[in-house]
Design a protein around this ligand. Sequence first.
Ligand code: 2HA
Ligand code: ZN
Length: 274
Amino acid sequence: MGIAEIEVMKGFVRLCDDGFRMGWHERNGGNLTYRMKPHEVAECRPFFYEKIGAWTSCGIVAESLAGEYFIATGSGKFMRNMAINTEDNICIAEINEKGDAYRIVWGLTRGGVPTSEFPSHLLNHSVKKAATNGSHRIIYHAHTPSVIALTFVLPLTDRDFSRVLWKSMTECPIVFPAGVGLVPWMIPGGADIAIASSKLMEEYDAIIWAHHGTFCSGPDFDATFGLMHTLEKSAEIYLKALSCGTRIRQTITDDALRQVAKAFGVTLNEKFLD
Ligand code: 2HA
Ligand code: ZN
């Protein structure tokens, strides 16, 4: 059995492929990281390199991630290639004891480094690991076109986006009851956008980078992809309604949002309700 047949690798690659087919990953757009479970590290260990390279700075410090192993898409790699040539496009990276450096133990066989957004991914992982008692393991970034389009027409606030996305499709409040966070336009790839993102991740499972894309956190591939899909579909519906050339005649009321939350046993973020 090759490493690509291991369950966690299959799940990782499937998400990349699904995201590409949705049209969210032009060229090298988007990235994915997964914090491995100990038994998954053990399953993959026989494939690790005998000669492991040097430690490289993470660009940030995430002490709570010391000793963790991450599966990560490679910087500059294309999501459409993950399934057909996994070893060249994905790596497993080990984090050092200080949580400030990583080394590649498998993958990226033709060279390369983990995603350019590794600092954002790691800080988000560290926040989510603490906030969810270790249950969240995935950070997924996609260039979701409808969500991006909305960042040109809605005020860039958590409240405006949460309300529009909750109200554009009835089951949205059940999927992201905390709402979504907004990061203003910033330079991608660095520590500043990582810090801004991780602050919002303390409260939300999804954050939107203005004019760029969406970050989702989740416990497994299904839930994380499902959250991204739900946000993007809700944004698409709102855009379609706006594009009809008529005003929006009716929408889901705040009272209806409360009723859905009650019926499905979720707690909505009250600060976004009127
Ligand atoms: O190109 O999406 O944000 C990869 C990215 C950077
Ligand atoms: Zn991006």
